[in-house]
Design a protein around this ligand. Structure first.
Ligand code: PEP
Ligand code: MG
Length: 579
């Protein structure tokens, strides 16, 4: 049994068989062969080893010819390893004596070798582990051949263990069979983490190197509450976690009883509790939990979740479907927030600082046909419900004006063609760049509502990459600088009497609920799974009490004190809860 600590990004407990995603996405399940098949399987292994050696020789010769012998040395090293009698003997033995499948034997042995290199206190040596992974992948590809099982074509429940999953890979995970995932890299604010929450599957990211320690088919527990991963757990641990999973289900059922009750404080202040979605099929999850509307529809996932870019009609249908399903409740559609970590598969990734690069509204403004198509689709869908439109990552007034101008232009076009749309559809902006907060008094004069995106606001305020595990300890909404900016935005909106919501992950974390209410926030938009818990906090407090909390917090000077004070306050509110 081995315990690994990572960053908890999506709550819950999952217990099951591992599906290890190597660089090429091979599935390496723990399989055994029958005694009768041992000789044939040994033949298959030797065949694969021979083919791998031939391919490496060809690569060696080609590189030697192009660049010279010294560059071919790397392949020579691969060949030496592949022909190492000790390695081949060990593989033979595992197949003959333990009846492992050749795939499983190769994966197990080579991953053990790679781990030895990784543990050497020498970065050059540690990099050699990649050579071993390379050899492993080559042998596997020769062994598996056409039997390679595609990631998306799973047939039984699995827990995915991967070095990294991009947001689009995560969005494409099989909802039926993927019960949780763990990645070696990634941070709490990454879109991969956000999608995990949307899928409502337990997930842990930023665990560090561990793939060399597991094989496909190994039993694994993912504890998405504590950020723990347990490889090959013993019976006692499995039993304990089964109990915990059961307790989680009971708790969810109890919270489910809040569904039809309003998100209202004890003194009668009504809070709008909205859901965040990436796809139209998440709407039922919001309705089941009694969402007051959709506070954030991340439309870029329509691009990330499919092989082909959606055309105007595809987008129109998606927006119309959400508007109709929500039956008159407000739906905020955010225009494309592509770029940074949300890139379409196969797109070259050549930006040095993608989070500071051509992303989001900047990308839309540089690509007017793309932007206009989306605006048209949103406007066409507007008569089918209560839509609002929102621009992401606005940093300057000029950007906002430019986006609004294009919107007016598209409206004129639709008018000319006699297309119906809601002319008074509210237009808002996301507040997720410190510059926007600094200039917020100007912005509130030019928009109908604000939506605070703390996921980005935290990273841009504190200069901390939201998806980097190595700085994850610095990435926190508890930082007083972040809280000051949120407070400024909420105050400015309230003064200008325009609605303001908070749609970053912070509003789905119950430790912040009292603070945000105390700051004067009356609209929150959270992952659907978080709605019941946040509603429970809202229904258990009064505004005066929250204002005391906010006042106290705004006098604290560091994130640690803020977090520990807020946790204590929440524990005081629900003394028996574990949270
Ligand atoms: C945010 O930045 O807080 C936000 C809601 O947008 P996203 O997470 O999609 O960047
Ligand atoms: Mg954002």
């Amino acid at each position: 049994m081995q315990r690994l600590q990572g960053i908890a990004v999506s709550p819950g407990v999952a217990i099951g068989e591992a599906l290890v995603m190597g660089n090429e996405g091979f599935r390496i399940p723990r399989r055994f062969v029958t005694r009768d098949a041992v000789e044939t399987e040994l033949d298959r292994l030797h065949h694969a080893l021979a083919s791998s050696a031939e391919q490496i020789e060809r690569n060696r010769d080609a590189i030697a010819h192009e660049l010279g012998r010294q560059y071919a040395a790397i392949f020579e090293a691969h060949l030496t390893m592949l022909r190492d009698a000790r390695l081949v003997d060990e593989l033979d033995q595992l197949i003959r004596e333990r009846q492992y499948s050749p795939e499983y034997a190769v994966s197990r042995v080579l991953r053990r070798y790679a781990k030895v290199f990784q543990q050497l206190d020498n970065s050059l040596m540690a990099e050699r582990a990649n050579d071993i992974f390379d050899i492993e992948q080559r042998i596997l590809s020769n062994l598996v051949g056409r039997r390679r099982e595609e990631f998306s074509k799973l047939e039984s429940p699995v827990l995915i263990l991967a070095h990294n999953l991009t947001p689009s890979e995560t969005a494409n995970l099989s909802r039926e069979f993927v019960r949780g995932f763990v990645t070696e890299i990634g941070g709490a604010g990454s879109h991969t983490a956000i999608v995990a929450e949307a899928l409502a599957i337990p997930a842990v990211v930023g665990v560090g190197n561990f793939l060399a320690d597991v094989s496909g088919g190994d039993m694994v527990i993912i504890d998405g509450n504590q950020g723990l991963v347990i490889l090959r757990p013993d019976e006692e641990t499995i039993a304990r976690y089964r109990q915990e999973a059961e307790a989680g289900r009971t708790r969810a059922e109890q919270l489910g009883q809040l569904r039809d009750l309003p998100a209202q404080t004890l003194d009668g202040t009504r809070i709008d509790l909205f859901g965040n979605i990436e796809f139209p099929n998440e709407v039922p999850a919001c309705l089941e939990r009694g969402a007051d509307g959709i506070g954030l529809f991340r439309t870029e996932f329509l691009y990330l979740g499919s092989e082909f870019a959606p055309n105007e009609q595809d987008q129109f249908e998606a927006y119309k479907s959400v508007a109709e399903q929500m039956q008159g409740r407000p739906v905020t559609i955010r225009t494309l927030d592509l770029g940074a970590d949300k890139v379409m598969p196969g797109r070259p990734d050549d930006e040095k600082n993608p989070f500071l690069g051509l992303r989001s509204i900047r990308l839309s403004l540089r690509n007017l046909p793309l932007f206009r198509t989306q605006l048209k689709a949103i406007l066409r869908a507007s008569p089918y419900g209560k839509l609002r439109i929102m621009f992401p990552l606005i940093s300057t007034i000029m950007e906002l004006r430019q986006a609004r101008m294009i919107l007016s232009d598209v409206m004129e076009d639709l008018d000319e063609h006699g297309v119906q749309f809601d002319r008074n559809m509210p237009v808002g902006m996301m507040v997720e760049v410190p510059a926007a907060v600094i200039m917020i008094d100007r912005f509130v004069e030019e928009v109908d509502f604000l939506s605070i995106g703390t996921n980005d606001l935290i990273q841009y305020t504190l200069a901390v990459d939201r998806s980097n595990k190595d700085v994850a300890n610095l990435y926190t909404g508890s930082d007083p600088a972040v809280l000051k900016l949120i407070d400024m935005a909420v105050t400015a909106a309230n003064k200008a009497q325009i609605p303001v919501e908070l749609c970053g992950q912070m509003s789905g974390n119950p430790i912040y609920t009292m603070l945000l209410l105390g700051m004067g926030l009356r609209q929150m938009s959270v992952a659907p799974a978080a709605i019941p818990e946040i509603k429970k906090v809202i229904r258990s407090v009064n505004i005066a009490q929250c204002e005391v909390v906010a006042k106290k917090v705004m006098h604290l000077e560091n994130a640690r004190d803020v977090k520990s004070y807020l946790k204590d306050e929440l524990n005081r509110l629900f003394p028996t809860d574990e949270s």
